[in-house]
Write a protein that binds this ligand. Structure first.
Ligand SMILES: Cc1ncc(COP(=O)(O)O)c(C=O)c1O
Length: 411
């Protein structure tokens, strides 16, 4: 089952899609109509306003958003970007495809970057820190901001799993130099496929825009301030933008329901021996899409996961650095796993081997995510509830989890 926004699909999405089909408007390719009415532009304006950013760039995925943002920030060969060992493969792949080196850092029991470990990995080549706000919760942005300021580094927030979340009242995605989002169908809101970049910096926007649209200046104007770039074609399509706009209008409703569901589940689970909830850097600002429990003992966590028909977060392959064979091979010097990558980059030896981040390995092996909004057995939350669950269903899931933790028979 997909993310919560998908469950809120209704008349608005349908009407917007039909409006696109009625008009068959070509979007940014329509040179003879500058496109003030296009859906992509409307979505970008609405998202910039909703999240409080100067600029929003609609793209065709969260992965494209990361690449466009990295290009926008001018990150490339010779640069290092510090990325958490628990992320999504795209968070690392985007860095490597830009020619930069991804340097992995430990997470802590918030399942996000541990600032003390980030500090230890800063070198003269470090250009940026990439907090990935995993499973709907903000990273420790106060500490990461302080580190970035101290060392003159850029902050690029990967908010793919945390649209609508905030940190001390400020929307995630607006706390650094740029923020990236996914609109795939597992996310808080969805256009089935899509993504976007937020930034306040006009030059970052201009470069990201140019890269995502064949080198054009924003909105295909033929002049502007900034760099000339050879670009790609990574734009959000009109149909997806029309759905995204309808979903954006529902973001607060979606979050409200998901947070209510999570609150009920967590209250019904209550306290349990040998397990606690993950640390949240800002409980008010988390999206509530999952309820993560961290066990004292990895074998206990694995046993509970098996009984519930789900998996620990260590067994969530594309989100754990050690579960990415192509990355491990790349770290060993096999450049064929990252196409177009010139030989000779130098990730630290064995930096990508399983075991390279012992604390991350330990936390993930002991963590179980219950679904409260996002249900995705591959990511981890394969057991739990969803925004459509009744109170009785939520209480029943909580009871099942309690029984599994205590080793009791499941009813
Ligand atoms: C943390 C994170 N970053 C980036 C992405 C990439 O988004 P997309 O699937 O839209 O390319 C995802 C998607 O799962 C993600 O979870």
């Amino acid at each position: 089952m997909p993310g919560p926004g998908y469950r809120f699909f209704g008349d608005e999405e349908r009407a917007n899609v039909m409006a696109v089909l009625d008009r068959w408007y070509a979007g940014r390719e329509a040179f003879d109509d500058p496109g003030e009415g296009e859906w992509v532009r409307r979505f970008e304006r609405a998202a910039a306003e909703r999240f409080g950013a100067a600029h929003c760039l609609g793209v065709n995925s969260g992965t494209s958003a990361l690449v466009a943002a990295l290009v926008g920030l001018g990150i490339g060969p010779g640069d290092e970007v510090i990325v958490p060992g628990y992320m999504f493969v795209a968070s690392i792949a985007a860095v490597l495809h830009c020619g930069a080196d991804a340097v992995l850092a430990e997470i802590d029991e918030s399942l996000t970057l541990d600032p003390a470990d980030v500090r230890a990995r800063i070198t003269p080549r470090t250009r940026a820190i990439m907090p990935v706000h995993m499973l709907g919760a903000p990273s420790d942005m106060d500490a990461l901001r302080a580190l970035a300021d101290e060392h003159g580094l850029l902050l690029l927030e990967d908010c793919a799993q945390s649209a609508g979340g905030s940190h001390r009242g400020r929307p995630l995605g607006t706390l650094g130099s740029a923020g990236t989002f996914s609109l795939n169908h597992y996310k808080v809101i969805t256009s089935l496929q899509g993504g976007f970049v937020l930034t306040d910096d006009p030059l970052v926007f201009q470069r990201a825009y140019s890269f995502h649209d064949q080198g054009w200046f924003p909105y295909r104007q033929d002049s502007g301030r900034g760099d000339l770039l050879l670009g790609m074609n990574l734009g959000l399509g009109e149909l997806h933008a029309a759905v995204a706009l309808a979903q954006l209008g529902k973001l607060d409703r979606v979050l409200g329901r998901v947070r209510d569901v999570k609150q009920r589940l967590v209250r019904a689970v209550g306290d349990l021996p040998g397990v606690r909830r993950r640390h949240l850097h800002d409980p008010e600002g988390e999206c509530g899409t999952t309820a993560v429990y961290v066990f004292d003992d990895a074998a206990h966590a694995r046993d509970v996961a098996a009984r519930l028909g789900t998996r620990t977060l260590l067994d969530s392959p594309t989100h754990y650095y050690g579960g990415l064979p192509a990355l491990t091979a790349f770290g060993r010097g096999d450049r064929s796993t990252v196409p177009f990558r010139a030989p000779g980059g130098r990730p630290a030896p064995h930096a990508f081997e399983p075991g390279a981040l012992p604390r991350t390995d330990s936390v993930l092996a002991r963590s179980l995510a219950l679904a409260t909004g996002v249900s995705d057995s591959y990511l981890g939350p394969g057991f739990g509830v969803h925004p459509g669950s009744s109170d009785a269903e939520i209480d029943r899931a909580a009871d099942t989890f309690r029984r599994a933790v205590k080793g009791e028979a499941l009813t």
